[in-house]
Design a protein around this ligand. Structure first.
Ligand SMILES: Nc1ncnc2c1ncn2[C@@H]1O[C@H](COP(=O)(O)OP(=O)(O)OP(=O)(O)O)[C@@H](O)[C@H]1O
Length: 347
């Protein structure tokens, strides 16, 4: 296992930057999610870490050892791919044993490793089956088992559970987190699904347009986004973003003025849906009509305002609000995040 460090790593294709000055430290034994929207540069970052492509500038260090120009094998990273890439002609057991056999490990060692993994992954009953006879979730476990069967500097996962159905995915998130905590390995998990990134990792690294926007524990990044882009990317439901202006009377947007917010001049305002409070009948500093209601069971997401200025709120699952109803909108002061209109930097 190793600490992985990227230092000012840049990579361009035909003069177009895919990664710009990316610096990131993944401590030994940490679980880091690299999260970003499509095209952010996640796959490029993975390929550079794996040694499948070379950096244009910068360095990659494993435990202080410079591996920037090292061949993939010399980097010793284990990988779970999104498409799993299991060998169809081998049983689950032989798939898991494959990386060990290829490295010349003896059968006693292989059996010991597989026994240990069988317990943590709960796959004892499927070891003799071939991939075609396994469910999606079982195949996933086997692919993870194959990556974990050997000692590696770090274990990389590229959207490893994206193909599973929603319920299985939720279960696998919890299991992956437990597995990493038990094994203490360095895990790097790449995904464009923010919920997944937040659920599994100790550290979230937000990659956006080839740059690291912010890193930190998921809860900290959510509570204190350093930029508007981070606030919009992290957490669900997304915050409502409105142009606004701060003055002595409070903060004013197209729907009205919320008092109690300090500052001067134009800003971008992001409102956390959980901090927005709606009251039927139109009491509250701002009044607006209900435009949309998404009933999601335990809670509902209610959108109020106009097409140009929408505010989303989390309400109870059995909300009595109805479409077109005029409601009062109030927001807890700590649910209002302000950003510079030009740079998007948090104010
Ligand atoms: N081999 C390549 N040749 C040219 N451009 C590339 C190449 N690989 C990546 N890019 C460009 O680099 C940028 C980052 O791509 P990358 O595949 O890393 O995004 P991503 O974050 O993995 O996205 P997704 O979530 O959609 O997989 C994109 O603009 C992409 O078009």
């Amino acid at each position: 296992m190793a600490e992985i460090h990227l230092e000012n790593v840049s990579k361009s294709y035909a003069g177009k930057p895919a990664l710009q000055n990316v610096s990131l430290t993944l401590p030994d034994g940490s679980f880091t999610s690299i999260f970003g929207p499509p095209g952010a540069g996640k796959s490029v970052l993975l390929r550079l870490l794996l040694g499948l492509e070379q950096v244009d500038a910068g360095r990659i260090l494993f435990d202080g050892r410079d591996v920037t120009n090292a061949a993939p094998m010399a980097r010793d990273l284990a990988m779970v791919f999104q498409n799993l890439a299991l060998f169809p002609h081998l049983t689950a057991r032989d798939n898991i044993a494959f990386p060990l056999r290829r490295r010349g490990k003896d059968e006693a060692h292989i059996t010991q490793r597989i026994d240990a993994l069988t317990d943590v992954l709960g796959i004892g009953h499927i070891l003799q089956k071939k991939p075609a006879a396994l469910s999606g979730g079982e195949r996933q476990r086997v692919a993870i088992g194959r990556a974990l069967s050997r000692d590696a500097a770090a274990y990389m996962m590229d959207e490893p559970i994206a193909a599973l159905d929603a319920r299985l995915r939720d279960g696998m998130r919890v299991e992956l987190k437990r597995l990493q905590a038990e094994l203490g390995h360095t895990f790097i998990y790449v995904t464009h699904d923010c919920d997944e990134a937040m659920a599994v990792a100790d550290t979230l690294a937000i990659l956006n347009a080839g740059k690291i926007e912010q890193t930190g524990p998921p809860g900290d990044v959510y509570a204190n986004p350093a930029a508007l882009a981070v606030a919009e990317l992290v957490g669900a439901p997304r915050p409502s973003v409105l142009q606004a202006s701060t003055g002595p009377e409070g903060i004013t947007c197209a729907l009205g003025t919320f008092p109690g917010v300090q500052g001067r001049g134009p800003v971008m305002m992001a409102l956390r849906p959980e901090a927005v409070h709606l009251t039927p009948g139109g009491t509250g500093p701002v009044q607006a009509p209900v435009r949309d209601i998404e009933r999601l069971g335990a809670f509902s997401i209610v959108t109020v305002g106009t097409a140009d200025a929408e505010i989303r709120a989390i309400t109870s699952g059995d909300t009595t609000l109805t479409l077109g109803m005029e409601v009062g909108v109030d927001v807890a002061a700590d649910g209002i995040l302000l950003f510079a209109t030009d740079t998007g930097v948090r104010l």
